[in-house]
Design a binder for this molecule. Sequence first.
Ligand code: ADP
Ligand code: MG
Length: 347
Amino acid sequence: MTEPRRIHILNPRLANQIAAGEVVERPASVVKELIENAIDAGSGRIEVELESGGAKLIRVRDDGSGIAEDDLPLALSRHATSKIDSLEDLEGVASLGFRGEALASISSVSRLELVSNAAEDPQAGWRVVAEGREMQPRVTPAPHPRGTSVGVRDLFFNTPARRKFLRTEKTEFGHVEEAFRRLALSRYDIGWTLRHNHKTVHQLRPVSDAAARERRIAALLGSKFIDNALHLDLESGGLRLWGWVGLPTHARAQADQQYFFVNGRVVRDRLVAHAIRQAYRDVLFHGRHPVFVLYLELDPSVVDVNVHPTKHEVRFRDGRLVHDFLFSSLHRALGEARPNDTADATD
Ligand code: ADP
Ligand code: MG
């Protein structure tokens, strides 16, 4: 008979590395988490810079609220967040982050440097460095304009099993660009830059009018997308759906240009996917996939975003209502593409 092994609490670094397994899969996941923090900080400009597909360096720089000196070590601690305080806050959460895990996880599997300034004085600012997560990060003065820069070097340097799963530079950069695309499509009012190996890949000015939004979409998804898309903006019962849906004739062999946002958050949801498929059902050839960039806006308290650590899934309080609203809105928008449908001819 074997003796039972004794139970002990995992040391914090190991606990963070285990948690990192859920949120930090590859450079693109780091980019997503850092950009989400920059958005939550109210930034007007976000710059992303990478070397070697992000395996060597990922840096995200913003002009947001910054982090106060006293809060800097906490920012890297697990379960430390400025975004929620209570269960009520969680239920109505409007920020992209709230779990307080990203920086702790990322810093446990990389060499992370965070420089931030929460003051107006551009000479103020503080730096905190964590290599594979020392428990007591040191804070030293470092000038930085108002805002935050986070640099992540040598991702997975201390977890060789995960480092081995990184693909080629090109593949990793492809995933990063896709993450960037989604986030840049989620906030037109923010100016964005993406640089790879010292070359500018995307430079997007903040925009507010519809024509400029379409230009941004063309820059990110190609002008073919926007030239073959219908614009819609419909509202009913506290729900609003707006954005662009591709004409059925512009459907693709792969479902690779489908962007759906719920309250500014990129979401992949079965109920949403089903409603869209139904709306396109009789106008699309079998095996083809529609393209769309769609924004659903609703009261944050009727949608639960705390379903999965990456927050790509949501749960609607009234799924049926959302499904029917999506279906009828899209069915109506696609009416022009459905000339023989007599049911639509009456409205
Ligand atoms: P979460 O976003 O879930 O709160 P993170 O680990 O991503 O957790 O970040 C921890 C905290 O650090 C945030 O709650 C925020 O207060 C602060 N923070 C992180 N990045 C930034 C940033 N770019 N600007 C301002 N504050 C930031
Ligand atoms: Mg975060």
